[in-house]
Design a protein around this ligand. Sequence first.
Ligand code: FES
Ligand code: FE
Length: 460
Amino acid sequence: MAMDDKRGYRSGLVDLRAGEVSREIFVNEHIYAEEQERIFARAWLHVGHESQIPKPGDYFVSSMGEESVILCRDRAGKIHVFLNSCRHRGMKVCRYDQGTTAVFTCPYHGWSYGTDGRLVGVPYFREAYHSRLDKEKWGLVEVAQMHNYKGSIWATWDPAAPGFTEYLGDFTRYLDLQLDGWDGREGQAEVLGGIQKWLVPCNWKFPAENFSGDTYHNISHRSVDLAGIGPSGAGRRDMGERDVSRKLHVCIPDRGHQTIHYVLPAGKSPPPAYLNAPIVAEYVRHCEEERRRLRGEEARLVGAPGEIFPNTALLSRQPRTMAVWHPRSPHQTECWRWFFVDRDAPTEVKHFLRDYYIRYSGPAGMTEQDDMENWNYAHAASRGTIARRYPYNYDQGSGTAVTNYEYQGLRVPGEVIDLTETQSSEQPMRNFYRRWAEFMEADDWSRLATWRGGERKAAE
Ligand code: FES
Ligand code: FE
């Protein structure tokens, strides 16, 4: 199906009033190509973390949408994000995953770029170019905007995009739980070890919507629950919060971000975790105490999975990771997973958590294998001529979200669903696809609806 007939995404493909989303948006080549322009070339995307490039000259090769980018620290210590493509004929100037360098030398004809992106070396500059090539003009392409948020590096290609914190809106509170220390100190997270990278034969929106808060797929992880690898030690995957908290879906409308979070009753602490690993249990207990001291009421908010539009997932507690779902084709996604730990945590705690995280998440982890099976088979089964005629159902829990939710004095802005009452709702996915459709239809940022003061307002 060609999209050049300007068929509306909201009216034709994402019909949230009917609770239906067309399978076309997952499998159609034209829609996929348009996503690269309208979403991945405009939205803020997660690139990496500053702890991956601690010294001048350090670099980490990442991805923004389909395109390779270099996250690096120049000689003066400034962080940059560059397109990993030579300005001469496009060759990748950096073919390693990460390292330290003084210059990036293109393997094709040998142009060299400094870690600040400037073109510093051109073979036969005098003889072949007669010294007339304007080196200032032919440096590496740099992102339009970059933001270092508590150590995590985000970037956008769009100079007109709002600033990163404006883009996040009220979601900063949940990203903070990811990047601050478990003890509540600001920006204490560091990346633990390397990045896990693997390919899944499905569209990138399958993992994105799953991490938006698909609490409904618990049956998929039944075997993991039975094996009892959760820190609560109760044959479950959580840390025991659900026994004592309100469990909430929190959606940030007109931003497209959403998460599951727990809110503890006033004066209540989270239950003890990792009891079978005393040193970790003690560390967590100490952190919770400190967090209550530093953050007061805010410490009652306990994190779980979330998704920052379009393709970054969070798990801020157990395990503590971020993932990016890089689109590679309509039918293939490259998943990258970063694992985090508190920078000052004892070495034994870091070692334990590293092993625990790997056992839990990632391509060989016990839970993610279940998820990948679902996405893989759902995507393949949706590609058929007949299958594509039938939309998916996203109607669960329609009309049950409340705004200005409050629980015993703790205010939770956004559209909130109290899952303690309703068990499950597809409001987070509806929030995600509403934003997806808005991005796909809007020609510029002024056409995207904005959220101010707790009330939804469509932009002019
Ligand atoms: Fe890089 Fe020619 S492609 S120097
Ligand atoms: Fe899952």
